[in-house]
Ligand binder design. Structure first.
Ligand code: BJW
Ligand code: ZN
Length: 263
């Protein structure tokens, strides 16, 4: 049986589905993946060294400028057929849990109801001192070459405002991690999409599902450490594979279904 047919059968028969996503699902919207090379001002850095409390402590303007560039980039792009296919799965299998490592809001904008954000959000900055949430004005145009931007300071304690994301060495939000682990251990099918599967504890989520007996289906153009965890590996882009998977899993889908629309 062709892999996509097998995957569609598993998905179509599933009662409880988890969709676990990473940066690859947003790549076709024009959001660089985490491990894509950085350019411009950030060319001589890698993302892994910038996404740390140490980098923010040493060079807050460099790090804040990077996040402002990304906040602006995300605010100018749109969800792609991959995000819309995930939302279509939610409408067909009520109770589907979407777990994302992404800090963008493209799942929400595609219609996903309440995605679990394991690594926080570009749109929820907070004070690095007292933790107070801070509302920022809409993102302004940022040059692709990058620029250093001094972060704002907290009106309560005057410490620097930091991005509301989870950096290396920081704990993931407890409630999100618990919800993700609970959903993974109770699902029939877990779809892992566009993630290198290298960052923990998030990378445990598909493994938890596999250990609990779920069928893990992976969508990624390249091999990842998750290949050996997945029952079915679908090699290709999320924007192409996910709509096809939805159409094959629920052949009666209406022609105007966004997930069935050509990309
Ligand atoms: C397509 C595509 C298309 C392309 N369609 N696909 C166990 C073992 C070893 C190390 C550790 C461990 N446990 C913890 C650690 C340390 C560390 C870690 O995992 N390190 C590894 C790198 C080795 N983990 C942590 O530090 C975590 N914290 C922690 O453990 O705390 C402990 C603690 C407990 C209590 C108190 C205090 C501390 C925190 C990890 C936080 C990660 N945060 C980041 C940054 C977020 C902010 C930001 O974005 O700037 O999250 S790192 C980065 O990686 C980001 C991502 O969400 C995450 C995952 O990346 P993702 O999504 O997989 O992207 P890529 O770029 O790697 O891959 C893209 C994929 O898409 C590729 O496979 C492509 O092929 C594919 N693709 N186009 C489909 N069109
Ligand atoms: Zn404060």
């Amino acid at each position: 049986m062709a892999d996509i047919v097998q995957a569609a059968k598993l998905l179509g028969d599933a009662r409880r589905v988890v969709v676990f996503t990473g940066a690859g699902i947003s790549a076709e919207s024009g959001v660089p993946t985490f491990r894509d090379a950085l350019t411009g001002l950030w060319e001589r850095f890698d993302a892994q060294s910038l996404a740390t409390p140490r980098a923010f402590q040493d060079q807050p303007d460099l790090v804040w400028g990077w996040y402002e560039w990304r906040r602006h980039r995300v605010s100018t792009v749109s969800p792609n057929p991959g995000h819309r296919a995930v939302a279509a799965i939610e409408t067909r299998v009520p109770g589907t849990v979407v777990i994302t490592q992404n800090v963008d809001d493209l799942h929400e904008r595609a219609g996903s109801r309440d995605p679990v954000h394991l690594h926080g959000s570009l749109f929820a900055p907070r004070c690095s001192g007292c933790g107070e949430a801070v509302a920022l004005p809409p993102a302004t145009e940022e040059p692709d070459a990058g620029r250093r931007v001094q972060p704002p300071t907290c009106v309560r304690c005057h410490r620097l405002v930091r991005p509301g994301v989870v950096w290396f060495g920081e704990a993931l939000p407890e409630a999100a991690l618990e919800a993700a682990a609970r959903a993974a251990s109770a699902c029939d099918v877990l779809l892992t999409v566009g993630t290198s599967g290298m960052v923990y504890p998030a990378a445990e989520i598909p493994r938890i599902a596999a250990r609990a007996g779920a069928a893990v289906i992976q969508v990624n153009p390249h091999a990842t450490p998750m290949d050996s965890v997945a029952l079915v590996n679908l090699r290709g882009s999320a924007g192409r594979i996910l709509p096809e998977l939805v159409t094959k899993a629920w052949p009666g889908a209406a022609a105007d279904d966004p997930a069935a629309a050509p990309s």
